[in-house]
Design a protein around this ligand. Structure first.
Ligand code: SF4
Length: 396
């Protein structure tokens, strides 16, 4: 693959993509109230032709050391059987020149069996389980298709993973319901031996047109208090909880001067999302499946016709790129967090403002600004702290 793709005004580094998000199926066996995927009733499954095209047109031309991580998501990946993945992983490996890829699943954890464990062990698949804490919080929004809570089903999957000693992390979607109760969340993770977690905020995106965080003047400050208290309580546990948001800021503080900031969501082709039928999108993965005819529904090419560089030929992509760049420049002019943010998530600007050239969103107030401030304060507080004896868990 050429070092640079040049196309009129577009000059784009072609070490991209660093992340491929593949949609094995749009279908999901749950029906969570905050889900952004509009086609989650459809049961179509990615064909061998699409898989072969991904291998030949995207993976094979890339140097092996630069091949992207692959996340299977954007529908529930475990609604397609393990045997399908054995075949798909093997096909991708074979057709792209023989090197196994780094695969990951983002899953609701419903229905983990020995067959799944064998697949994940055989291919060293990274697993993220969506679990929103204790049942009383998780079940309010993470529902089965019958409308009942899904907590017990997900916990069964979690227990199966733990019994097998298979590593995984948790992603918890936070709503304002949990903000007064950081101790309940800590207690839940600690009691269940869950020590790697990430927080996602209930967002306005795709089909989800509201969030408990909007129209609430106190939500951002309450989220900051929640995070601060969570980190303090976690730090007192015999085994503290690794929180992605804190680790990200620590790693940024350590590496930013050396490596600079790269925002993959507003860098063309850094993330490429491929829909079940081979349709390719870029920028924020949440744009996939969104209906916006003026923007070709954010599908800019099909992988069966060629590699990611075909995206660059799309007039809809070129227009979107201009708007995203304008939003990035506006962020650089106006926001003190730009050096650690890089100009935000295009999807959240679009879902909140209806355009891509805007700046601040509720999403970035929470996931960038609050996360950075609270993490830096906490790191400073911790570095100057005299160790307490004994370090007991302080709850409630
Ligand atoms: S924090 Fe928000 S306003 Fe600031 S650079 Fe990021 S997206 Fe733009």
């Amino acid at each position: 693959m050429a070092e640079l793709a040049e196309l009129g005004e577009l000059v784009i580094p072609m070490s991209a993509p660093s992340l491929l998000i593949l949609q094995p199926t749009p279908y999901c066996n749950l029906n969570c109230s905050y889900c952004y995927l509009p086609h989650r009733d459809l049961r179509s499954v990615m064909s061998e032709d699409v898989l072969r095209a991904i291998a030949r047109y995207i993976l094979a031309p890339m140097p092996k050391a630069q091949r992207p991580a692959v996340i299977w998501h954007a529908g529930e990946p475990m609604t397609v059987p393990p045997k399908w993945y054995h075949n798909a992983f093997e096909l991708l490996r074979r057709e792209s020149g023989g090197t196994p890829l780094n695969h990951g699943f983002q899953t609701n954890g419903v229905g983990v069996t020995d067959h799944w464990l064998k697949l994940w062990q055989d291919w060293n698949v990274q697993i993220g389980v969506s679990l929103d804490g204790p049942a009383e919080f998780h079940n309010r929004r993470r529902k089965t298709r019958r409308g009942t809570g899904s907590h017990a089903l997900t916990m069964k999957g979690v227990e199966t993973l733990k019994s097998a000693g298979y590593p995984f992390h948790i992603i918890s979607v936070l709503t304002t319901d949990i903000l007064p109760h950081p101790e309940l969340l800590i207690e839940f993770y600690a009691d269940n031996d869950l020590h790697d977690v990430a927080f996602n905020i209930e967002e306005i995106e795709g089909q989800t047109e509201t969030s408990s965080f909007e129209n609430d003047d106190t939500a951002v400050s309450r989220y900051r208090q929640f995070l601060k208290r969570f980190y303090e309580l976690s730090d007192r546990l015999p085994v503290p909880i690794n929180v992605r948001e804190l680790q990200n800021v620590q790693s940024l503080a350590a590496n930013m001067r050396k490596n600079g900031m790269r925002n993959t969501q507003n860098t063309p082709l850094a993330i490429v999302t491929i829909a079940v039928d081979g349709g390719m999108s870029t920028f924020s993965p949440e744009l996939i499946g969104v209906t916006d005819h003026a923007r070709d529904n954010f599908i800019f090419a099909n992988v069966c016709d060629g590699g990611v560089e075909r995206i660059l030929l799309s007039p809809a992509f070129q227009q979107l790129k201009r708007e995203v760049e304008e939003g990035k420049r506006a962020c650089a002019r106006s926001c003190g967090y730009f050096d650690v943010c890089g100009g935000g998530a295009p999807a959240n600007k679009y879902f909140e403002h209806g355009r891509f050239d805007g700046t601040e969103t509720l999403y970035c107030q929470l996931t960038i600004q609050a996360n950075v401030d609270v993490a830096l304060d906490f790191m400073e507080q911790r570095s100057g702290r005299v160790p307490e004896q004994p370090r007991e868990m302080e709850l409630r």
